[in-house]
Design a protein around this ligand. Structure first.
Ligand SMILES: [Zn+2]
Length: 112
């Protein structure tokens, strides 16, 4: 996913080793990395220099805190949403952000 495809106004990062959670405005990040920057790269660039992992051989376990929420916001097929608990929140965000997505449930197979 590209930074410009990230629907939320902010990007949150957390890491098992790093003490604090980071939250940055998406707009600011686009200014730094450009709209085409991959979310994976953005996460790495942001987390690595500040990672507090104690063993240098450990891999920074940073993750995008809202990755599953974003999945739920952008996935029209309910059957494919990874964390269905997040659907109510995802719908709220769609409303707030003016994202029009027609949900359907692919597991039900409507054509018969
Ligand atoms: Zn880290």
């Amino acid at each position: 996913m590209r930074l410009s495809d990230w629907p939320l106004p902010y990007v949150r990062l957390s890491c098992e080793f790093c003490e604090r959670e980071g939250k940055l405005a998406t707009e600011k990040l686009i200014g730094w990395f450009g709209p085409d920057a991959d979310m994976f790269t953005v996460r790495e660039e942001l987390a690595k220099p500040r990672c507090k992992k104690t063993n240098p051989k450990d891999i920074c376990k940073s993750k995008l805190t809202d990755a599953l929420l974003v999945d739920a916001i952008l996935e029209p097929d309910i059957a494919k949403v990874l964390k269905k608990d997040l659907l109510p929140e995802a719908r709220e965000w769609r409303k707030k952000l003016g994202i029009k997505i027609d949900e359907f449930d692919g597991s039900k197979g409507s054509e018969e």
